[in-house]
Ligand binder design. Structure first.
Ligand code: NAD
Length: 484
């Protein structure tokens, strides 16, 4: 297997750059705990070089026709698809997610975004607004230098979901991956260069929160797009507001999945599994509050327990493995803390609850039943493989309790009664919703949250509004009237 150690920590102005004086960042393979690479956090000089390169590249790139910009993104998508296996193995080593998942959900999803925005770049047009003899036209302009900051759960996807629409709209980007998973974004930078992106258009700098904060507050930066937790989102949004910058905030959630007693049981169980255990539960949109109508509660729990026995827990690089480790020792400990709270507060442990007896940061897929709304595991985002099953009697009750949270990222409903499905989804306060499904995220659909879960939307045509701004131009055809 090839060495995951990159030739240098950062990618700036079309080339790898190192500055060994930056704080070391060990990259740990979550399945074994071994250090597989060491990078260095960006120093102020590295941050400055990245922003300076982006500023120069952006001015030229904004003048390139949208069609040509789109062509570069499309080529990058093709390269990513051709290298899917190599990129997936790297993603697996960076995050610990099973190769079975990364082969279909990471570089491929990044390529989808590059391909989609490569295609829609052509459609970036303004409007003509007739006003009698006069008229207004609008120009859709790039914002300038944009900063992307990533979480550790989907490093390739997050980098592409931000870079693809940003670049399509004529912006340049400086991207800071999570310090926990710093490897994959460097590959995106290499691929964009190979696809014909000019030097400086997409730069990667490594580091912890302080590097992110330095990027957010730099006056050269026009927009910040963060994928991360709500506490970080509050800080980044506030810092960006200080200089009136544009933001997109993709933050955490505690999403409800409401299962009515007329639901197809196996599909509902499948939705709950997808919404809690994919990527070992480290998915922002997960439906971690599973509300099950009382009539099917016990049969739901029994079927779920049966299906969980089919999880193949093991070496993430073995394609048969369907459930891998947590991303880090720290995240595993956080989740263990929640499991203990669940037990202490009186929830009934139905499955899992412990560590898996092997090296690395493995926790068992865990299910609590008889969870009540006031329990910590029903209120706080756990970001691990812990499902909380709550029961309910009526539709109105389920809606009220599902909405009783500061979060609003996702929501799902399982029912065979389609009018109820639409009626309930219509009342759930969440941005990305599902009927008889859970956690699908095609690039064609807007993705993002309401309330504390975020601001703005990624993916789809809606993303273009968040990566560009409109200039309107009033054109007078006759004489100017003036008071004096
Ligand atoms: P985190 O908030 O700890 O860190 C996210 C990123 O922000 C990291 O790159 C970190 O270095 C950086 N950062 C930290 N402090 C900063 C500061 N003051 N200024 C600028 N940058 C700063 O999140 P995490 O633990 O890496 O990821 C898990 C969280 O991300 C969960 O809450 C999850 O729900 C959320 N998430 C959301 C989405 C979404 O699309 N809505 C997707 C994935 C993850």
């Amino acid at each position: 297997m090839y060495d995951p150690q990159p030739s240098a920590s950062h990618y700036i102005d079309g080339a790898y750059v190192e500055d060994n004086t930056g704080t070391p960042i060990p990259v740990i393979y979550p399945a074994t705990g071994e250090v597989i690479a060491t990078l260095h956090a960006a120093t102020p000089a590295v941050i400055d070089a990245a922003l300076a390169a982006a500023e120069i590249a952006q001015k030229q790139w904004a003048r390139v026709t949208p069609r040509e910009r789109g062509r570069v993104l499309t080529r990058a998508a093709q390269i990513m698809r051709a290298r899917n296996r190599e990129l997936s193995v790297l993603e697996t080593r960076d995050t610990g997610k099973p190769l079975q998942e990364t082969l279909v959900a990471d570089a491929t999803s990044g390529a989808d975004a590059l391909e989609y925005f490569g295609g829609v770049a052509n459609g970036l047009t303004g409007e003509h607004i007739p006003l009698g003899d006069d008229w207004v036209y609008t120009i859709r302009e790039a914002l300038g230098v944009c900063v992307g900051i990533g979480a550790w759960n989907y490093p390739t996807q997050i980098a592409c979901w931000k870079a693809a629409p940003a670049l399509a709209c004529g912006n340049a980007m400086v991207f800071k991956p999570s310090e926990t998973t710093p490897l994959c974004a460097l590959k995106i930078a290499e691929i964009l260069t190979e696809a014909g992106a000019p030097a400086g258009l997409f730069n990667v700098v490594q580091g912890m929160g302080a590097v992110g904060a330095a990027l957010v507050t730099d006056p050269r930066v026009a927009k910040v797009s963060l994928t991360g937790s709500v506490p970080t989102g509050r800080k980044v949004y506030a810092a960006a507001a200080e200089q009136m910058k544009h933001v997109t905030m993709e933050l955490g959630g505690k999403s409800p999945l409401v299962i009515f007693d007329d639901a197809d049981l196996d599909n509902a169980v499948g939705g709950a599994i997808n919404g809690n255990f994919y990527s070992s539960g480290q998915v922002c949109s997960n439906g971690t509050r599973v509300f099950v109508q009382k009539g099917i509660k016990e049969v739901f729990l029994a079927r779920l327990a049966e299906r969980l026995k089919n999880a193949v827990i093991g070496d993430p690089l073995d394609e048969a493995t369907s459930f891998g480790p947590m991303v880090s020792d720290r995240q595993m400990q956080i989740v263990q803390g929640y499991i203990e709270k669940g037990k202490a507060e009186g929830a009934r442990l139905v499955s899992g609850g412990g560590r898996v007896d092997r090296d690395g940061f493995y926790l068992e897929p865990t299910v609590f039943a008889d969870v009540t709304d006031d329990m910590t595991i029903a209120r706080e985002e756990i970001f691990g493989p812990v499902m909380a099953v709550l029961d309910f009697d009526t539709e109105a009750e389920a809606i009220a309790r599902a909405n009783a949270t500061e979060y609003g990222l996702s929501a799902g409903v399982f029912t065979r009664d389609l009018s109820r499905g639409h009626r309930v989804i219509g009342q759930l306060r969440a941005g990305s919703c599902f009927i008889n499904s859970y956690n699908d995220a095609p690039v064609e659909a807007p993705f993002g949250g309401v309330k504390a879960s975020g601001v703005g939307r990624e993916n789809s045509k809606a993303a273009l509004d968040h990566w560009s701004q409109l200039k309107s131009v009033y054109v007078r055809m006759g004489d100017v009237e003036a008071a004096f």
